[in-house]
Design a binder for this molecule. Structure first.
Ligand SMILES: Nc1ncnc2c1ncn2[C@@H]1O[C@H](COP(=O)(O)OP(=O)(O)OP(=O)(O)O)[C@@H](O)[C@H]1O
Length: 637
């Protein structure tokens, strides 16, 4: 314990029964900037991790631990129960996976056990797949004989038995699925009592909202007292507190970080947040303008609150012939290819959803229109209150959807530069999780929320949750500076014309068609991925769904339609993109890649963006250092 704090003089962990040493027991105070450098330079070796894991990380170009990893890993290696709260994308998964694997590597006794040594519980199947893949790839790189198994609620009893035969060392699952293994007798409480050394509740803030409370309560009876329990969470909530009381013994509470005043910095500072005020009807023109005039950087993740809205958008993009990519050979344009988008929602089969995520992450397409799970649930509830009939039919529809689906929360979308809230989420928590899909691993990112007058209330709620304060740099949602009303008006006539042609019937047909495609895909995928698990390229998810020929009148926006400010803004965004090159570089070295603020051409632009104006997401280095050095002292229960 003392060892961990001495290495990390900025960190204060509270412990219920073991108070931290008084400051006089700390090492000699070091000037702040030196401490920051020292912490940032800390290596995984210094944290005491197994060399095989360190080599595996190096192969993944991960050299230095992130702030939460720097604090959590030593404590977990020491065998402490830990509650770790750190913002989205801050590397919480490796913060528990690395020390857990380290300990399992050296746990020779586990081979004679009759049940897994570790349970990792997550709220959704997408997350389960993600965590499973991360751990599996580390284990493979380490060339260690550890078996990891993923269980899903759709597995037959016989498959569950097969999966648990052996038994695996690590089990990744949702709480419901694990509990059903106990109730079906596939897992025996006595064996678990004897074997279990680790219980991880990942994305703990979401576990209860996904309805797993009863499952978790039932599971507690099977968790041996000596089992080390870890709870990872992006936000603090009453649910996290509840889980903490249910599961953990005497935990260390790590909270990262607080900057400045009374409110936590919830959104990573490397993410610039913007908003545009417009009518619900005009949103489609604004989103078109953002994309068509290249005012946002790819890859783009667009959120809608309903599946129909996502298809409407997809068809609209297809129909406006958003073609601005060109293949040029010599002086000749040999082909033009369209910007196509894919949709992601709970209606799609599981295999398709995972594959869409993989393809998007692999960069096979740049625009993904997602309808997030909680929005669906809440929208249905809201609709249901006023329209009983609709509620019944939606309830029926909901049954067809996957209750373990979770597209937004915790999913590690790779290299998303921009998140667009086409619809505002239903609550501030939804906003935080959506925006957290960009700026992962402290890379840069931006978000643009389109806010209609009807959504102003929720927008205000978001701002107050974030602790917005124009004098403070963080958590400030600025008016989007790059798009003028004139630029939008220049697109209006044509865009409205195209929007009119996207009828309810065409949306319904497209949705049905997409589902058919994906069910077919899913069958093919299932068979194919059994043989070629790493093959990403078999099937396409961004097929054109429009049945009618595409309109050409918005294919190219004539220069005369654009006002000079927007033209200038578009040029600047392109320059910024060129200057940034591969923004992934920021992700290496424990997120401490140098930002290029000196080269940031957006810094000079001020069209309407007061404080927090468009920074192109590149000038946050100094503040990032603050993150690594400030952990908030928090009272444990
Ligand atoms: N030390 C590191 N250096 C560089 N990249 C890292 C490091 N640790 C993790 N990453 C990468 O950072 C990304 C985000 O990590 P992770 O998914 O664990 O974040 P998170 O804190 O769990 O976010 P969320 O709360 O949204 O689930 C991943 O792509 C991961 O591979």
């Amino acid at each position: 314990m003392a060892k961990a704090t001495k290495k990390l003089p900025h960190v204060n962990e509270d412990h219920e029964k073991e108070p931290e040493p008084e400051p006089e027991q700390e090492p000699e105070p070091v000037p702040e900037h030196e401490q920051e450098e020292e912490e940032e330079d800390q290596t995984f070796e210094e944290l005491g991790l197994d060399p095989r894991l360190i080599r595996a990380l190096t192969k993944k170009s991960i050299d230095n631990p992130t702030p939460i990893q720097r604090v959590a890993i030593p404590l977990i290696l020491e065998g402490k129960d830990v509650v770790a709260r750190a913002k989205t994308g801050s590397g919480k998964t490796f913060a528990y996976v690395l020390p857990m694997l380290h300990k399992l590597f050296s746990d020779s006794g586990s081979k004679n056990k009759l049940a897994p040594a570790a349970f990792v519980l997550v709220p959704t199947r997408e997350l389960s797949q993600q965590v499973y893949s991360e751990m599996q790839s580390l284990i493979e790189l380490c060339r260690v004989q550890l078996k990891i198994t993923q269980l899903t609620s759709t597995m037959f009893d016989a498959d569950l038995k097969t999966a648990l035969a052996g038994p695996p060392d690590i089990l990744v699952s949702t709480p419901a699925c694990l509990q059903s293994c106990f109730s079906k007798g596939v897992l025996l409480p006595a064996s678990v009592q004897d074997s279990l050394s680790f219980l991880v509740l990942d994305e703990a803030d979401l576990l209860l909202s996904y309805g797993y409370e009863d499952d978790i309560k039932s599971l507690t009876a099977h968790i041996p007292r000596r089992c080390q329990c870890l709870l990872m969470s992006a936000t603090s909530s009453a649910d996290v507190e509840k889980l903490k009381k249910l599961i953990l013994h005497n935990p260390f509470i790590l909270t990262l970080p607080e900057v400045g005043d009374t409110k936590d910095e919830i959104i990573p500072k490397n993410v610039q947040q913007f908003w545009i005020s417009c009518s619900a009807r005009d949103k489609i023109i604004y989103v078109l303008a953002l994309m068509k005039l290249e005012l946002v950087q790819k890859k783009v993740l667009i959120f809608t609150n309903t599946i129909d809205a996502s298809f409407r958008l997809k068809l609209f993009f297809e129909k406006v012939g958003c073609y601005w990519g060109r293949v040029i050979v010599g002086d000749w344009i040999v082909s033009e290819f369209g910007i196509k988008s894919a949709v992601l929602n709970a209606e799609l089969p599981q295999n398709s959803r995972l594959h869409i995520l993989e393809q998007f992450n692999a960069g096979l397409f740049d625009y993904l229109i997602a309808t997030d799970d909680s929005q669906l649930k809440e929208k249905e509830q809201a609709d249901g209150e006023s329209h009983v009939e609709r509620k019944r039919s939606r309830k029926h529809a909901r049954k067809k959807m996957d209750s373990e689906f979770g597209v937004v929360r915790g999913i590690d979308f790779k290299n998303v530069n921009t998140v667009i809230n086409f619809d505002m989420p239903q609550n501030a928590e939804g906003y935080v999780h959506r925006i957290g899909r960009t700026g992962r691993a402290y890379s840069t990112g931006a978000s643009v929320s389109l806010v209609s007058p009807e959504e102003m209330e929720i927008f205000e709620e978001v701002k107050s949750t974030l602790g917005e304060n124009e004098n403070k740099d963080s958590n400030f949602i600025a008016p989007f500076p790059l798009l003028t009303k004139n630029a939008v008006e220049s697109l209006r006539y044509r865009a409205e014309d195209v929007a009119r042609s996207v009828t309810k019937i065409s949306v319904r047909e497209a949705r049905a068609q997409d589902l058919r495609n994906e069910i077919l895909n899913s069958e093919k995928l299932k068979a194919h991925f059994q043989v070629n698990p790493k093959d990403l390229d078999l099937l396409k998810h961004d097929k054109v769904l429009s049945k009618k020929p595409l309109s050409t009148h918005l294919r190219d926006v004539p220069e005369y339609l654009l006002d000079p400010t927007t033209q200038e803004a578009s040029k600047i965004v392109k320059l910024a993109r060129a200057a940034m090159g591969n923004n992934n570089s920021a992700r290496r070295k424990g997120f401490k890649g140098k930002s290029r603020k000196d080269k940031d051409p957006l810094k000079s632009l001020s069209a309407g963006a007061s404080k927090g104006g468009f920074r192109g997401g590149m000038k946050r280095k100094g503040k990032e250092k603050d993150d690594s050095s400030r952990y908030r002292k928090k009272q444990s229960v």
